[in-house]
Design a protein around this ligand. Sequence first.
Ligand SMILES: [Zn+2]
Length: 273
Amino acid sequence: MTWPEVRTAATQNRIIIIPVAAIEQHGYHLPVDMDNRGCFHVCAEAAKRRPDLFLNTPLLPYGFNEHNMEFPGTVSIRMQVFMDYVFDVARSYTRMGFRRILIINGHGSNQMLVNLVARRVVNETSALAMGLPYWTLSSESFNQELRESASPGGTAHACEYETSIYLALEPDAVDMSKAVMEMAPPWSKWIWTDLTAGSSDVHFVDNYSRYNTSGVEGDPTPATAEKGKKILEWTINNLIELGEDFSHIAIKPRRSQQHQPETDFDAHANASP
Ligand SMILES: [Zn+2]
């Protein structure tokens, strides 16, 4: 798009999609760009199918990854820098006049930070913003129809779910002969991680190298390209459904009940620190 085309798009109530992911080790069998590939594919494909609803923007390829820095190929952005960067990108779109921002995340450790960025956009601009991991859009169908790995824990990282996606997108880059199962230690029934089985509310992410050798957490061995194709279709279709719902949420004026309200919200939000 040229800048006049972007200006026109901002008048069309289209949802800005900001894809964010990571460069991170994914075991012996998957390339380090797994999260970027899966995340960007579903965002780009949804926007291609529904240009009236979405405007996809360039992928932000690096994420928060400190727990995996003992593995070569992993890049980590400090959490505050990451949050400021994603916020500044979102804020730039709100300054163009876009009022709906969807931050689609492809990397587990980004999620808590993405959530805070979405909150900050709502708090500090007149736009609405949401953050989600893309796998939440296909979790239910995957668990019910495809899943073979143990639950919870079998689908955590470089697992059946992620490997199936890569096999669907670029099978020649995946070496299934090197795929190994490695489960997280049974720390407690209260502590577990799984992409698609919901998640324990006990937040605990130890440094991977303390307990993990391969870089896999879960079981990639039942992954297939056919599963990946189904996962991607579910995800894209449900992303469109979410977008439709989002586009119908009214952006109402704030109504202060304060004795002496601040008068100009936008001017306040735009003020330099
Ligand atoms: Zn991943």
